[in-house]
Ligand binder design. Structure first.
Ligand code: B12
Length: 449
């Protein structure tokens, strides 16, 4: 069948929207193609969300299924895309996936223009949905839908929603959302390669991103939704498979610089050793970057990474007040400074991200953070700042009251970490904005995030 996949774009142009290929959607595309479907993928971050262009694409592709990917910030645009699809042809089924739909599936299913949500890893869910739609020649019946793990859908009481396999549905409601059993994780050997041939790689600043693991991060930082999204058990891909993918990118796409997408690239020492050995042996002549925690590196590892082409590491340091760090991240300031010094000494750029404010932050702890950021800067680290944002599914969102947080808006467009969307019991929105501006000025930063 013909499937059109759409990446919803960020709404507000901002420096943090560094364009990188939508890997999640490209994996879904690859699995749909492998199952014999005809797939097109449009990233509206690249093409711009122009309703006329969306209509032209719909007219050209004539999709029998549309899949839309969104995180929280891009969700309003995802809904706009869904509305345009339905305006074009009300019978085209629309499935939404990605972090926002995975965490708030019922909210998404309450939207009239979205028929299905894919919760969590979406490859198999999308393929099974496409098969069911094809078999039904339109909307599959409730039994067929209920059989698709990881799918959320709207069922009426006549459909028997709430039967075996369905969670938390309400048979008395006329149009209830049904969330099927969770999808079993994909074996890392079955993840395969994202369908990069469907993307215009030339348009991306970070064109060559390679996913090294599934399952995310075992740390449960209260501001991050990764463990909620992925279950927290990291499933690293086989190093040989990753290096083969990089080698293909060099050969087929002329990649010179690769970014390894992973929440915590260096967490498994045996795995990273093997990956580095294979990367070195492949002599690809590339540079690369990654992200990890400051307490998961040491001098010897960093020197080795640099020798094998690593030129940039992103660290989330978050705060410069040890009490705050103890409560939100469990890292030590001394580990952070060591990591920055070793990274810089190895010739690698250390990009260090900080967030303002945490629930226990006061004017005094923010002053500590500013002082510590100066130390990091003096040690050669690059600084990034963002506003703490209570993304759905995080402890900051779910336990906001207990933590003394007041969430100021439900305009998801503002959940881009560049707007103040919360107040704490110690700091008002104005105080937070003023503090951020002062910190940026004192540290000589020209932009946040
Ligand atoms: C790498 C990464 C980045 C990198 C991207 C780098 C690169 N070169 O690729 C950078 C640093 C740029 C980045 C930036 C940001 N990020 Co980020 N990022 C991640 C991270 C660690 C991995 C994302 C990824 O590639 N996953 C791998 C793919 C395979 O998974 P996926 O995209 O989720 O797709 C799967 C499913 O969701 C589903 N699916 C997705 N779409 C669809 C569509 C359909 C139709 C279907 C059926 C299924 C489906 O199937 C896919 C395959 O299984 C995640 C955390 C995590 N572990 O998920 C955070 C994460 C996605 N980021 C997040 C955020 C908030 C941001 C920023 C706003 C942060 C900031 N301070 O600026 C910016 C926004 C960027 C932008 N405007 O687009 C949040 C999103 C939370 C939310 N609710 O919105 C996450 C979850 C982390 C967190 N803090 O909670 N990020």
């Amino acid at each position: 069948m013909r499937v059109l996949l759409m990446q919803a774009p960020v709404a507000l142009a901002s420096p943090h929207a560094r364009l990188s290929p939508p890997l999640g959607l490209a994996y879904v595309a690859a699995h749909l193609e492998a199952a014999g479907h005809e797939v097109q993928l449009i990233d509206f971050n690249v093409s711009g969300l122009n309703p006329q262009r969306v209509k032209l694409a719909l007219g050209r592709v004539k999709p029998q299924l549309v899949g839309i990917s969104a995180h929280t910030e891009t969700y309003p645009n995802a809904l706009r895309l869904a509305a345009l699809v339905k305006e074009h042809d009300t019978t085209t089924p629309v499935v939404m996936g990605g972090p926002h739909a995975s965490i708030l599936p019922r909210d998404v299913l309450a939207e009239k223009d979205v028929d299905f949500v894919a919760i969590g890893e979406g490859e198999r869910t999308a393929v099974e949905l496409a098969v069911a739609i094809e078999a039904a020649g339109g909307t599959p019946d409730a039994d067929a839908l209920r059989a698709i793990a990881g799918l959320g859908w709207r069922g009426g009481r006549a459909s028997g929603a709430g039967g075996a396999g369905a969670r938390e549905s309400d048979d008395d409601a006329p149009d209830v959302s049904v969330l099927n059993e969770p999808r079993e994780p994909l074996a890392v050997t079955e993840v395969g390669r994202p369908a990069r041939h469907l993307l215009s790689l030339a348009f991306y600043e970070d064109a060559y991103n390679v996913l090294t693991a599934r399952g995310g991060c075992p740390y449960r930082c209260p501001f991050c939704s990764a463990s909620h999204l992925w279950g927290g058990r990291r499933r690293p891909r086989p190093p040989a498979d990753i290096v083969a993918e990089v080698a293909d990118m060099v050969r087929d796409h002329g990649a010179r610089h690769v970014f390894f997408v992973d929440d915590i690239f260096t967490i498994n020492r045996a795995w990273i050793d093997e990956l580095l050995t294979l990367l070195e042996g492949a002599r690809l002549g590339i540079t690369w970057g990654c992200g990890t925690r400051v307490d998961l590196v040491d001098e010897a590892l960093l020197a080795r990474m640099a020798a094998i082409g690593c030129v940039g590491i992103q660290y989330g340091i978050e705060s410069g007040a040890q009490d705050v760090l103890d409560s939100v991240k469990g890292i030590h300031k001394s580990d952070a400074l060591d990591a920055v010094r070793w990274t810089v000494a190895a010739g690698i750029t250390a990009t260090c991200a900080f967030m303002v404010p945490f629930p226990e932050d006061t004017e005094a702890t923010l002053a500590e953070t500013t002082a510590f950021m100066r130390e990091v800067k003096d040690a050669g680290g690059q600084l990034l700042m963002s506003y703490t944002t209570p993304y759905p599914g995080t402890r900051f969102a779910e336990q906001a009251d207990e933590l003394g947080l007041t969430i100021l808006t439900d305009d998801w467009t503002l959940f881009d970490a560049k707007h103040v969307v919360l107040e704490t019991r110690h700091l008002s929105a104005t105080q937070i904005e003023t503090a951020m501006a002062e910190m940026a000025r004192e540290l000589g930063l020209t932009r946040s995030v």
